[in-house]
Write a protein that binds this ligand. Structure first.
Ligand code: PGA
Length: 241
């Protein structure tokens, strides 16, 4: 499968910021890799108009496990799809930390997303304390096993390895450390063809060294996805890899 650059805008983005998505699509009329932008839910419908015909896809950042119902403030997978999304990020460490999401809850959301035809981007990653304790592989294996139903395939799922301590900090694991975790995870995937992204402080400046690793199929990018020039630099690096 083509490599994938996914941008996670998190809780950033008002109408004016759609100009960045417009600029990205104008600079990359035929991107060399798959591109998915995940804006806040309020921008999905408008971004789908901006990116129409660009080949770039749109994702949500979370969904509820139920198809509809009395869940004030939540969004269903079908609502994301209806607004123009084809993907959804699930189990991001900020959801796990801010909302106490467990891997079992993530798995329920994954099934709901699949039922609606969305491709899931399932996030896992260790905290700094867990890495220091030598528990990284054990932690990510457990998260993967419990967050990802065993019938996941390369066509409905992407997995993002995102060390919690690397997110938004400017720090990243060494290439050897990323390679170790990715090689390990590859062997744990229910389908070895599932794309394995790295996420956590990916920037144009470090993208080449990360994408040179054979088990890295792309990136989930936070801060650097907000500006077309930065995200474009990451798309270019992935295209060269
Ligand atoms: P960052 O975020 O690129 O800003 O570190 C990555 C993520 O949380 O997906």
């Amino acid at each position: 499968m083509p490599r994938l650059a996914a941008g996670n805008w998190k809780m950033h983005g008002l109408s004016d910021d759609l100009a960045e998505a417009r600029a990205l699509a104008a600079t990359w009329p035929d991107p060399p890799v798959d591109v998915v932008l995940c804006p806040p839910a309020t921008l999905i419908a408008r971004m789908s108009v901006v990116l129409a015909g660009s080949g770039m896809r749109i994702g949500g950042q979370d969904c509820h496990a139920a198809t509809s119902g009395a869940h004030t403030g939540d969004i269903s997978a079908a609502m994301l799809a209806d607004a123009g999304a084809s993907h959804v990020i699930l189990g991001h460490s900020e959801r796990r930390a801010d909302h106490g999401e467990t891997s079992a809850q993530v798995a329920d959301k994954v099934r709901a997303a699949w039922d609606t035809g969305l491709t899931t981007i399932v996030c896992i990653g260790e905290t700094e304390a867990e890495r220091n304790a030598g528990a990284t592989l054990e932690v990510v294996a457990g998260q993967l096993e419990h967050s990802l139903p065993r019938n996941a395939t390369a066509s409905n799922t992407v997995v993002a390895y995102e060390p919690v301590w690397a997110i938004g900090t400017g720090r990243t694991p060494s290439p050897d450390e990323i390679a170790e975790v990715h090689a390990f995870l590859r062997g744990q995937l229910p389908d070895p063809g599932i794309r394995l992204l790295y996420g956590g402080s990916v920037k144009p400046a470090n993208a080449d060294s990360i994408f040179a690793l054979p088990e890295v199929d792309g990136a989930l990018v936070g801060g650097a996805s907000l500006k077309a020039a930065d995200f474009g630099g990451i798309i270019a690096a992935l295209g060269r890899a």
